[in-house]
Design a protein around this ligand. Structure first.
Ligand code: OGA
Ligand code: MN
Length: 213
């Protein structure tokens, strides 16, 4: 008998497996080396180049239908990334993200059909007050992904730590995450409240969301 359809072998990826396990167990996952130092460096250069070209905009609160800039809530500047016009660094970035999305969809029935990512730069003295990443009129964001692009040797006294407000046993617990280069934080957009503490040194990242229809 001939087999009409050949099974594509599915190879388990330990890093992705851990992301799934952690998110299921604690609603977030911290990956120390999602990007190699070389990858962080080319992504940082891309961010710096685009920022020099003056393409970044003050970040807004709420979605694009409802844009109000409130400096007392967040002070970062952002630039949305366009995968169709990606440069070499961004291609590398989206390849990694797409591979993760493919894996999640294959194993978790999350049904991620859409993604959006932006560069973010927090000038000295800025912050992002405690918030949640979904909007009242739009709950399609499922997973938030933050990728830190700071220089090597980022110190705790540089500030800018991400604080996740968790509730493991109904009691609030703070998880403090320093934005060390190469680190990626993934968390459930609809559940986890979080904030970025004031930064004392310019802080660079790419932040984005995996969304359903
Ligand atoms: C955001 C955000 C966290 C961070 O952009 O919504 O919460 O650590 N970012 O940059
Ligand atoms: Mn957020």
């Amino acid at each position: 008998m001939t087999q009409l359809f050949e099974e594509i072998p599915f190879v388990k990826n330990p890093q992705y497996e851990r992301i799934i396990e952690d998110v299921l167990a604690q609603q977030y996952c911290l990956v120390e080396d999602f990007f190699t130092p070389e990858e962080v460096s080319v992504l940082r250069q891309s961010l710096i180049q685009k920022h020099k070209e003056d393409t970044f905009k003050k970040a807004a609160i709420g979605n694009r239908v409802n844009e109000i800039i409130i400096k007392s809530i967040r002070g970062d500047v952002i630039l949305w990334m366009d995968e169709l016009k990606a440069n070499e660094a961004e291609l590398l970035f989206f390849n990694k993200i797409n591979s993760l999305v493919y894996y999640l969809n294959k194993t978790c029935f999350l049904g991620i059909t859409y993604k959006e990512f932006h560069y973010a730069l927090y000038p000295k003295g800025t912050f992002y007050k405690r918030h949640i990443d979904t909007f009242k009129n739009d709950d399609r964001r499922k997973l938030s992904i933050v990728c830190y692009l700071n220089e090597d040797g980022w110190l705790p006294e540089n500030g800018g730590e991400l604080v996740l407000y968790l509730e493991p046993n109904g009691k609030e617990e703070e998880k403090v995450i320093y934005p060390f280069p190469g680190r990626v934080v993934i968390f459930e957009s609809q559940i986890i409240e979080h904030e970025v503490k004031p930064v004392n040194t310019e802080r660079m990242s790419i932040t984005g969301w995996l969304k359903t229809r």
